[in-house]
Ligand binder design. Structure first.
Ligand code: ADP
Ligand code: NI
Length: 215
């Protein structure tokens, strides 16, 4: 299957991303990008954000993610190849650089509405049922334990500390996933987050009950 879009520039860029991300196994696969693109479009429409920039930034947001290891400049090159104008490309790169979660104590800085929409969409895809699946998929890919009862959750004050963490997948809920609901920018995303957050809380409660043989 390949990415379809009525705008030929967005389609060309989306297909470039799709080709590179298909089969990527660390929670940054093409379907993550596709879900973020869909959510971002929905949030942008509700919030009155510029759709062209939002769609391109959603599709490009993980191209240079620190976990994926593509060289700096890849995103700009792919945008240019697809025929995106220089000013828009620059705005996409600026959003992508800021989108990632860097630890509980590291504040977000996202100056444009379009950037806030994309960051919200990316974060919504990290919570709820999909978020649970991604956390354990990521942990599995790194040979992490599901849970280690001897661990205590850490609040990372710097991106360096957050990156170094080697904790169990369940700990990731406390280090990141439970914090995301309160770090969303737009009312539309906050409303969507409520149910996803409650679902994760119920999941973790149930997980711990089963772990202890209480349920
Ligand atoms: P982003 O950069 O979009 O904020 P990440 O690249 O950190 O997100 O994470 C990608 C996916 O992998 C997310 O669903 C995230 O929750 C999950 N993930 C990241 N780090 C861990 C971890 N230590 N344990 C389990 N899941 C993780
Ligand atoms: Ni992402």
């Amino acid at each position: 299957m390949s990415f379809e879009h009525p705008n030929p520039t967005i389609q060309a860029f989306g297909r470039r991303v799709e080709a590179a991300f298909t089969g990527e196994g660390s929670g940054h696969d093409w379907w993550h990008v596709w879900r973020v693109w869909r959510l971002a479009r929905r949030i942008a429409e509700a919030e009155g954000a510029g759709l062209y920039l939002v769609e391109l930034a959603a599709l490009g947001h993980d191209v240079e993610d620190h976990k994926v290891g593509r060289p700096k400049g890849t995103l700009a090159a792919w945008l240019a190849e697809a025929g995106v104008d220089a000013a828009t490309a620059e705005a996409v790169v600026a959003i992508a650089r800021r989108v990632s979660f860097k630890g509980a104590g590291v504040p977000d800085a996202m100056p444009t509405l379009e950037g806030r929409v994309v960051q919200d969409a990316d974060r919504l895809d990290a919570i709820g049922a999909i978020g649970i699946a991604r956390a354990f998929a990521y942990g599995g890919a790194r040979e992490r334990l599901l849970y280690d009862p001897s661990e205590a959750p850490e609040r990372h004050a710097s991106f360096e500390d957050y990156k170094k963490t080697n904790s169990s997948s369940l700990m990731h809920f406390y280090e990141k996933l439970f914090l995301l609901k309160d770090r969303l920018h737009t009312p539309t995303a906050r409303a969507l987050a409520e149910e996803r957050h409650a679902f994760m809380e119920a999941f973790v409660q149930r997980f711990l009950d089963e772990w202890e043989g209480r349920a």
